[in-house]
Write a protein that binds this ligand. Sequence first.
Ligand SMILES: Nc1nc2c(ncn2[C@@H]2O[C@H](COP(=O)(O)OP(=O)(O)OP(=O)(O)O)[C@@H](O)[C@H]2O)c(=O)[nH]1
Ligand SMILES: [Mg+2]
Length: 263
Amino acid sequence: MIVNLSRSLVPVPSGTLKILLSTELAPPTEPVYLSLIIPTYNEGKNILAVVHLLSYLLDEALPNNYELVVIDDDSPDGTWEIAQQLMADYPRLRVMRRQGERGLSTAVIRGWQVAKGQVLGVIDGDLQHPPEVLMKLLKATEQGADLAVASRHVTGGGTSDWRLNRRILSRGAQLLGLIILPSVVGRVSDPMSGYFLVRREAIAGRLMNPLGYKILIEVIGRGEIHQIAEVAYVFQERQEGASKVTWRQYLEYIIHLVQLRFW
Ligand SMILES: Nc1nc2c(ncn2[C@@H]2O[C@H](COP(=O)(O)OP(=O)(O)OP(=O)(O)O)[C@@H](O)[C@H]2O)c(=O)[nH]1
Ligand SMILES: [Mg+2]
């Protein structure tokens, strides 16, 4: 009888936020091409659809050569438990339940710390990032990009029905970033994107210290990124669940920029 050990949750790494070099991965670890992290907080109504759509596409594009890793911060709606049950039907899915440490950026890095992929990625767990764009991001990494970013600000990209105040806030935050940290923020058209893939070796072995939501600026700021590709996407409206964005994220973003600039 084959016992499926993959049904248990992934243990949460502790200590510094450093990602392993591929040579440091423990021997029984079977490497894969892509590890895609799905950070979640109260996404119980979305997680099945996200896992299903991504698995459907990746089973075709990278059969048995990818993993999806849900990192849930102990959501009150039990997202982690729903995801854990999905592992029976989706063998490439792994799930981590964090209790203690919280926050989007550190969730992504904790996921990358347990990842087996040569290429590490992140996608929102609320279907606002169109799954099919992933195929173009993958292609860009296969063609040599160290970083492939889904962007709302290249031809063909956009933000569906964002209200004017959110557009202004988003563009204002980008402008501020360009002033405080031009060498990082100026390298991509959409530095606020939470949908991208990065080559493991470009960020491994470096101490990451992100704050808040904007993990991409941490990756560009601390990584060794030479070649960048951008792929257009339209940020979709949320159909289920609620946004976690508040003023706090904007404040943390500013502190994060200053931190990256001076430390
Ligand atoms: N693990 C974890 N995931 C989080 C946390 N905050 C947000 N997320 C997830 O990160 C993704 C993005 O968060 P959202 O609140 O949707 O932010 P957004 O998409 O930029 O903004 P909206 O358009 O308002 O939804 C979603 O999958 C959330 O469930 C957190 O503290 N921990
Ligand atoms: Mg969202």
